[in-house]
Design a protein around this ligand. Structure first.
Ligand code: ADP
Length: 542
């Protein structure tokens, strides 16, 4: 007993004086793919409560925005603690919060609550990331997708037709060009948090969409040109509807096209990931791949989905089904949303978001002559993929098979990463072992070729190859005639892919960063995303 107490005391002292230990812990248990205390889905995610033993020692930013410690890097292979903040949530999961619905939402299961765009709701419980319990003005209570609402006090802009929080620069350009009317405009959040960007279409001197940062004075006033200052953005917009005030043209109307497209939800409803086959209508075939045929389909006759029908004995099914529960909780605008699986019957069906234009590789090849010189468009594709990968990295999730063939293209050039993590469940040795004929060798870094050491940094290497695929219009890396064995030799000797013809040197520089010999030398996705976005803004802003 005394020995045990001494042991405990010693342990406590070691912890107390160890500055690299995380100051947070999970008071609950990890089961069915999530922590019971906070619903976080990554097993090694930062704890949700602060340890009284460690908190006095830890610096205030130990859990967010901090540097990865040597210990985290090595300790039992534990993935790093997320470095960026989780989505904005109220300070405690029980304090009240009012939100405005950005989109309509139709309930799917009993227990869901309908949302009406522009209406106000009170959030009763936001302890889960993706589905919050809300009350409407009639007192009805139910679950709503958390990405369909925005805090009332955040910016107050959500009520304006011309505002779309998450619109990319590329999508803004496409919508404004498609509308084609002089002075057509939209406002979106800038990639610099807290700032906004105004995009305006003008027909003269030539057809062009221009982007302006809405700047802010230290006293909080907004302006486009320093001569005209406004307390709010709506006031600024109102002024520039009547005066150019330095803009290429005066502002008229938001585009007639759909500015706000409702995003996907994490799963089709709260707590729904097992899908009954009778809820699915199978339609045309979209393609076929490693696991079998993929078909377009409808969920309950209305929601368009893609259904992957898994060939038997191609994957370790039980492990995958367990993991699928976790994967439905991964949600990002540039990840193909996994809605759920139908696992009670055979074949197993994986139900995901439907992507209108199919695989990115096919899309690049089909449109090569049209897009290969459009640097802004191609760079935007890379930024979108990088965004999804930064999200996976933050959640300690390794893709293992990132390539243009595993990304999909939707409306308005939206690119989404698909098939994340699936590689772990493939039973075919030809696909999983680095000596196999189906192993994606041309996308693999030296440490994967040598020791099968996968990490987010091996995904970074693959991302560099994907950037190269994008900027070559879908060419085969290292040429069609270079065999896998020759590729391994080339890479080990330090040979790297050359700069694609239209690719600006500053973009090629990022590819080369992704292909540094050791994982430690490569940038993280979070860093790459920031740098690529900065480059994007510097190139195109006026
Ligand atoms: P596998 O993972 O079995 O190799 P893929 O995911 O590559 O299969 O799918 C095969 C093809 O089916 C893709 O190349 C694409 O054309 C089509 N496809 C797959 N998923 C979707 C989707 N969500 N939306 C639209 N088309 C899809």
């Amino acid at each position: 007993m005394v020995t045990m107490c001494r042991g405990m005391h010693h342990l406590s002292m070691v912890c107390r004086n160890n500055e690299v230990l995380s100051p947070t812990y999970h008071p609950g248990v990890f089961s069915s793919g999530k922590w019971s205390c906070c619903d976080k889905i990554a097993r090694y995610d930062a704890g949700c409560e602060t340890s009284t033993i460690l908190s006095s020692k830890a610096s205030p930013d130990m859990t967010n925005g901090r540097k990865e410690s040597a210990m985290e890097k090595s300790l039992l292979g534990i993935p790093p603690i997320p470095r960026t903040k989780p989505p904005e949530q109220p300070s405690s999961s029980t304090s009240k919060k009012s939100v405005i619905a950005l989109y309509n939402f139709k309930p799917i299961e009993g227990g869901d609550l309908a949302l009406e765009k522009g209406e106000e709701y009170e959030i009763l419980d936001y302890s889960r990331d993706h589905w919050w319990q809300a009350k409407n003005k009639y007192g009805h209570v139910g679950f709503i997708p958390s990405n369909y609402v925005e805090g009332k006090t955040a910016s107050g802009l959500e009520q304006y037709e011309w505002y779309e929080r998450d619109m990319t620069r590329q999508r803004a350009e496409e919508l404004l060009r498609a509308d084609g009317k002089e002075g057509c405009f939209a406002v979106r959040n800038s990639s610099t948090p807290g700032l906004y960007t105004l995009s305006v279409f003008s027909r003269s001197p030539n057809l062009l969409v221009r982007h302006y940062h809405i700047k802010k004075q230290p006293n909080g006033q907004y302006y486009l040109s320093e001569k005209h200052l406004f307390s709010t953005i709506p006031e600024l917009i109102q002024y520039h509807k009547h005066n150019c005030g330095g803009l290429v043209t005066r502002l008229r109307n938001p585009p007639s096209g759909n500015l706000r497209v409702a995003p996907t939800t994490a799963g089709l409803s709260h707590d729904k990931w097992e899908i009954d086959p009778s809820e699915l209508t199978l339609l045309d075939e979209l393609g076929s791949g490693q696991f079998g045929v993929v078909r377009r389909g409808l969920f309950r006759g209305s929601i368009e989905v893609a259904i992957k029908m898994m060939k038997e004995n191609t994957m370790s099914e039980d492990d995958f089904i367990e993991e699928a529960k976790v994967m439905t909780q991964l949600q990002h605008p540039n990840l193909v949303q996994l809605y759920g699986v139908s696992s009670k019957q055979r074949p197993i069906m994986i139900v995901t978001e439907f992507m209108k234009h199919g695989a990115l590789l096919t899309y690049l090849r089909k449109n090569e002559s049209r897009i290969v010189s459009q640097v802004a468009l191609l760079l935007d594709m890379c930024v979108q993929v990088c965004s999804a990968m930064a999200y996976l990295e933050m959640n300690s999730f390794i893709h293992r098979d990132l390539a243009a063939r595993n990304c999909l293209v939707g409306n308005d050039n939206a690119i989404k990463v698909a098939d994340f993590g699936l590689a772990r469940y493939v039973l075919d040795d030809e696909y999983t072992s680095s000596g196999g004929t189906k192993f994606p060798i041309k996308w693999a870094p030296p440490e994967v070729l040598g020791y099968a050491r996968f990490s987010s940094k091996s995904d970074v290497w693959a991302f560099g190859i994907l950037m190269w695929e994008v900027f070559t219009g879908g060419k085969m890396p290292y040429g069609r005639n270079t065999t896998n064995t020759q590729t391994v030799e080339l890479v080990q000797r330090g040979f790297r892919l050359e700069k694609p013809g239209f690719c600006p040197p500053e973009v090629y520089k990022f590819m080369r960063n992704c292909w540094e010999q050791t994982p430690e030398q490569r940038p993280s996705f979070a860093k790459l995303k920031t740098l690529l976005e900065r480059l994007q803004e510097d190139r195109d802003y006026h």
